[in-house]
Design a protein. Structure first.
Length: 476
């Protein structure tokens, strides 16, 4: 064998050995990650996820792969899905150490200005978490109840009172969006609210879609809707900043969430820009709008299906109504009396939670349940591994508000609002909004489903396929 042949053979052997070592080391490095499937290149398992819905998708994979954690690929990201109360608790407890907040690219591109899309989620929403603590304190929330009640009465008079049948989902969305604009931004211009709601509908349709930016796709429409929403908000913010600079009244300056954001400064005393504030307002609208209207819709669904539950809620709400003089608005003390009604809401959120769960970014490798979760992966905790699991809720397909009496469910099994440091800060706001709305419906109408066979479509948000048409009968 001459020198050239020897060198060629040596090079070939070196290549083969290198490839073998590469694949061996690759397989070995991957051998300890959670079991599961990555699906198709780029698309991953997103199509299956949307086709099956999150509940069935997760149930199928926990049965096939692991009851602790499994891997998948969604939204173009390698993802570890944590299961059960132990998985939920682990995610909640490891914020800032191994995990950081993360939203899918389709969400960030639809909601935020392009220059912020690649920024860490915590940086984008930092203003929101600084100011939301003030606006959602009990003393602040008490002031919102009369506003909620007044707007709920107006809404019932205009959208419900003169109709024999009402489609609950679209009209409840109108109420929750109108209320969010009033309380969060102080916006009362009806035409402006209608425009914002129209644009925001485009945004929510594309938020959790497959991120393909082609004309006509939900993702493309979501991005366009986001641009329109941000443009409207920029006008509102610029005008509000001008008003506040001219009016030094503390009441005006701290009357709503937007006004408080305009007062926030960094460590150098610099105020946030209009674009930063817009990002935070959009994020808050997204967090409060669809989820609350979904909760309201499904509470009324179960009240229309379960007469014995309705009767107990009606009894409780009428006791409160009879204690009020004509025209007197609800108070904080009234809402605290709605204990059974809140148990019904909680059981509704167990049955049909408004959100799938929450995402995180893995910032450091860590071990969990005998598996390695690599840096760069994303994680997902989800309500769908506990809420209908008979290990944690006996007879889970039975609607039973008594589950929430006394100490209630075991920790980290009931998680419609998340948990840990990132538990939804708007939980109490949502509680008040839902109960006040419920009071105004139940004290006026008996409810009956028009189509008892109506299906619910489960994506990231549950949606009644026909909008939940209910037949109304006024109380005599």
């Amino acid at each position: 064998m001459d020198r050239l042949e020897f060198l060629s053979l040596s090079a070939l052997v070196a290549i083969v050995v290198s490839l073998f070592l590469f694949f061996f080391s690759f397989r070995r490095s991957k051998a300890n990650v959670p079991p599961g499937s990555s699906g198709w290149p780029v698309m991953g398992e997103s199509i299956k996820f949307f086709r099956l819905g999150p509940q069935e998708f997760i149930k199928e994979r926990t049965r096939k792969y692991s009851q602790d954690v499994f891997q998948t690929s969604l939204f173009g990201q390698k993802m570890a899905v944590f299961c059960g109360p132990i998985g939920n608790k682990f995610v909640y407890a490891n914020e800032t150490r191994s995990l950081a907040a993360w939203w899918p690219l389709s969400v960030r591109k639809a909601l935020f200005f392009p220059e912020f899309v690649e920024s860490p989620t915590d940086e984008i929403s930092s203003l929101m978490f600084i100011s939301i603590r003030d606006i959602l304190k009990p003393e602040a929330l008490k002031q919102y109840i009369p506003v909620m009640d007044s707007m709920a009465r107006e809404h019932v008079d205009s959208q419900w009172a003169d109709n024999e049948v009402v489609k609950v989902f679209p009209v409840s969305k109108k109420y929750t969006f109108d209320l969010a604009c009033r309380i969060l931004m102080g916006v009362v211009d009806a035409e402006l609210v209608i425009r914002l709601a129209k644009h925001f509908t485009l945004v929510t349709a594309g938020l959790f879609s497959v991120p393909i930016d082609l004309p006509g796709t939900p993702y493309n429409k979501g991005i366009k809707g986001g641009k329109l929403v941000r443009a409207e908000l920029m006008k509102i913010i610029t005008e509000r900043r001008k008003e506040m600079s001219e009016n030094k009244s503390e009441t005006v300056r701290r009357s709503n969430f937007l006004s408080r954001l305009l007062l926030v400064t960094d460590e150098n005393g610099k105020f946030a820009s209009e674009r930063e504030i817009t990002n935070n307002i959009v994020g808050l609208l997204f967090a409060s709008y669809e989820t609350t209207s979904s909760a309201v819709t499904f509470v009324l669904k179960y009240l229309s299906e379960l007469p014995h539950i309705y009767d107990e809620v009606y009894k409780e709400q009428m006791e409160i109504a009879k204690s009020k003089s004509e025209g007197e608005l609800l108070t904080w003390e009234d809402v605290q009396k709605m204990r059974y009604s809140w148990n019904v809401v909680c059981e509704t959120l167990r049955f049909i939670p408004p959100l799938l769960g929450g995402f995180r970014d893995v910032v450091n490798d860590f071990n969990y349940a005998g598996f390695t979760i690599p840096k760069g992966w994303k994680t997902l905790w989800t309500v769908h591994t506990t809420h209908k699991n008979p290990k944690y809720f006996a007879d889970p397909e039975t609607f039973d508000p008594s589950r929430f009496e006394g100490r209630g469910p075991a920790p980290s099994t009931y998680v419609p609002f998340g948990g840990g440091s990132r538990m939804c800060p708007g939980k109490e706001y949502a509680r008040l909004e839902i109960l006040v709305f419920l009071h105004n419906i139940v004290t006026k109408f008996k409810l009956e489903k028009v189509n008892p066979q109506e299906k619910i479509e489960l994506y990231f948000l549950p949606v009644p396929k026909e909008g939940l048409p209910l037949r109304l009968t006024r109380h005599k």
